[in-house]
Design a protein around this ligand. Structure first.
Ligand code: NDP
Length: 334
């Protein structure tokens, strides 16, 4: 194993986190049971908040950043994991309370690890990352809603994806189209229409159309949707959802508030489903990753991915917070 290796450390600067590229040794890692050699990590919106200090993500510092990782088990004190196992970790407090994926090596709890489906290389797994796995959880939740209390049968009406050109949005477009839905993408970037059409979107709306405060109940348009924007966008999406439909709320790129009324819920039976990828249990994760392995066309996945070195993280963190990143950024940890 390398004597020292590159890492990005989140440090406390006047009460806010700041990312610094540095070199660490194995002695700097926590004393946990499984040591993983990381091949790739990724850049999520949350990583952007942590590296720039613009959101309170790291709750103890110094802490190695990176919400996601994919790599190979090097050694394990737990019998479930063996050297050579290919694993992926999403969330579980990485970069919040636990050391994360921006490091050549990491020590982790055995129960955080998931076996990487054979369908994916490490690079592809991090192209998916928390964004793709969250989109898969959202589609699973909408289908469960449709199979139970509400409706989610492909073809009945259009489904809406907000923040469509971002990470969660791009993945949701692909998965929903693959499941047979007619997908309308809400984006503020018209230049991404061709890209989104290639992923499976068949209609577009300007995100500004959902950003203004609207009436509590609006014309029924959506069968359901995946929202990564929050705030008035989510409120309007709910107000435009048809009877029995549901919106899976994933994010807050447009704001953490929800200026909405109960009207869509009590007059149209519309559902609001919360998606938490960080602490989702292992069976849910495995179902979501199985959907990704089954449904994600690898040639399309490749279109969403751009690979960058760890040294680019400080700059990329700024860009993701202002919505300039298209699709997914994979971070090469070597
Ligand atoms: P990205 O930055 O890749 O995507 C967010 C997209 O939202 C942007 O590309 C943009 O889409 C749109 N957007 C950005 N700012 C605004 C704004 N002010 N108003 C309206 N739309 C806006 O981020 P991710 O996809 O990685 O994450 C999206 C959200 O989901 C984040 O809030 C993140 O924290 C959350 N998240 C939650 C998870 C969970 O477990 N619940 C897991 C993963 C992410 P466009 O250019 O198309 O308009």
């Amino acid at each position: 194993m390398a004597e020292d290796f590159p890492a990005l450390l989140l440090e406390d600067r006047d009460g806010r986190s700041a990312g610094r590229l540095t070199r660490l040794t194995l002695d700097d890692l926590p004393d946990l049971d499984v040591t993983v050699e990381i091949a790739f990590s990724t850049l999520n919106y949350k990583d952007g908040l942590a590296i720039t200090g613009r959101g309170k993500i790291a709750r103890r510092m110094p802490l190695i950043g990176g919400v996601d990782l994919a790599g190979t088990v090097v050694s394990s004190r737990d019998p479930v994991w063996k050297p050579g196992d290919r694993v992926v970790v999403n969330g579980f407090g990485l970069s919040e309370t636990e050391h994360g994926g921006y490091s050549r090596f990491q020590r982790l709890k055995p129960e955080w690890l998931m076996r990487l489906p054979d369908a994916f290389t490490f690079e592809q797994a991090m192209g998916i990352g928390t964004a793709g796995y969250t989109a898969a959880l959202a589609v699973d939740a909408l289908e469960a809603w449709g199979a139970g209390w509400g409706r989610f049968t492909p073809g009945e009406r259009e489904v809406l994806v907000t923040g469509a050109a971002g990470g969660v949005g791009s993945m949701a477009v692909m998965l929903l189209a693959r499941a047979g839905h007619t997908v309308t993408a809400a984006t503020g970037r018209p230049e991404t229409h061709d890209y989104l059409a290639a992923l499976g979107a068949s209609g577009f709306i300007d995100r500004a159309a959902l950003a203004e405060k609207g009436a509590p109940l609006q014309k029924e348009r959506w069968l359901g949707g995946v929202d990564s924007v929050g705030s008035t966008t989510l409120a309007n999406a709910l107000a435009q959802t048809a009877r029995g439909g549901a919106i899976a709320a994933c994010g807050l790129a447009g704001g953490g508030d929800l200026p909405a009324t109960v009207m869509p819920h009590i007059l149209r039976g519309v559902g609001l489903i919360g998606i938490d990828s960080v602490m989702a249990d292992m069976p849910r994760r495995e179902v979501a990753w199985a959907r990704l392995a089954r449904d994600l066309p690898l040639d399309l996945l490749e279109k969403t991915i751009r690979v960058e070195p760890m040294s680019a993280l400080p700059q990329l963190a700024e860009e993701i917070l202002v919505g300039r990143i298209r699709g997914r950024v994979v971070i090469d940890i070597s």
